[in-house]
Design a binder for this molecule. Sequence first.
Ligand SMILES: Cc1ncc(C[n+]2csc(CCOP(=O)(O)OP(=O)(O)O)c2C)c(N)n1
Ligand SMILES: [Mg+2]
Length: 329
Amino acid sequence: MATRKSARKPNVSAEELTTYYREMLLIRRFEEKAGQLYGMGLIGGFCHLYIGQEAVVVGLEAAAEEGDKRITSYRDHGHMLACGMDPKGVMAELTGREGGYSKGKGGSMHMFSKEKHFYGGHGIVGAQVPLGAGLAFADKYKENGRVTFTYFGDGAANQGQVYEAFNMAALWALPVIFVIENNQYAMGTAQARSTSTKDIYHRGEAFGIPGEMVDGMSVLAVKEAGEKAVAHCRAGKGPYILEIKTYRYRGHSMSDPAKYRTREEVQKMREERDPIEQVRAILLEGKHASEEDLKAIDKDIKDIVNQAADFSRESPEPAVSELWTDVYA
Ligand SMILES: Cc1ncc(C[n+]2csc(CCOP(=O)(O)OP(=O)(O)O)c2C)c(N)n1
Ligand SMILES: [Mg+2]
């Protein structure tokens, strides 16, 4: 198994590996808590969990530098936590409270942070792709050396505007990494039923954009591919495509019973490919951490998530006067 091979010779320091373990675990536990709060009726509307996909954002954030930008779809909680946004503010937004990133008026799909260069949170499939190219255009214009990570799904990869964005990004050599998070499903539709070709990373070829496929269950593989893509963009060579093969363990959203796949399929992925378990095994087998060390991290993460949940329940609902703020129409 890949885990064992890497255990002998991890490409990064024990400290870095431990950080990735922590960051992935924070996303996992946060999402589990969000699922619980949803079940209790404390979160309303749509809520798309990221459980299973943690290595994608954690690996790419490890390749990013201060000032780089990120933009994604509605499945956005993991991206926010991985770029350093406050779990309290994210959870409070999920519960529609004043202490949330959008003052409780945006919910799961509509959060932003200028400070962390996180540009949403977009509910319209594929809409963030041209916006991501636009962010990269601004950076190119300012000659500031920044890169934009533009995330979208395998389903979104069939959207027309994605290819208009590819064309312009290639034409103007924009510093944008198009990250296709291929979790193998678009709502209840498996990739093979919606997509004419198996490999999506080839789709930039018509525009002269290089692409590659990445194992999205391995945080180290994602980081390595991310560093290559970032170096390409920073060198002024234009956009790059990463098709990251991943898997979501939960349904499309909280209201999806996921009847379009078997329990065994999900179970097999969890048992054999789980991104967090893989890093845990590397840490333990390489004696980079003890069971006690990892237990202490688990406890720490649990505390952070519980505090976020408490904050999200204690924060008041937005005042009625807030109806008239942040309105641009
Ligand atoms: C333009 C548009 N069409 C349809 C929808 C309904 N819809 C929401 S999510 C989704 C599937 C997208 O799947 P994918 O891009 O693979 O992302 P994932 O949910 O797997 O992260 C669809 C069709 C929408 N939100 N916007
Ligand atoms: Mg998908």
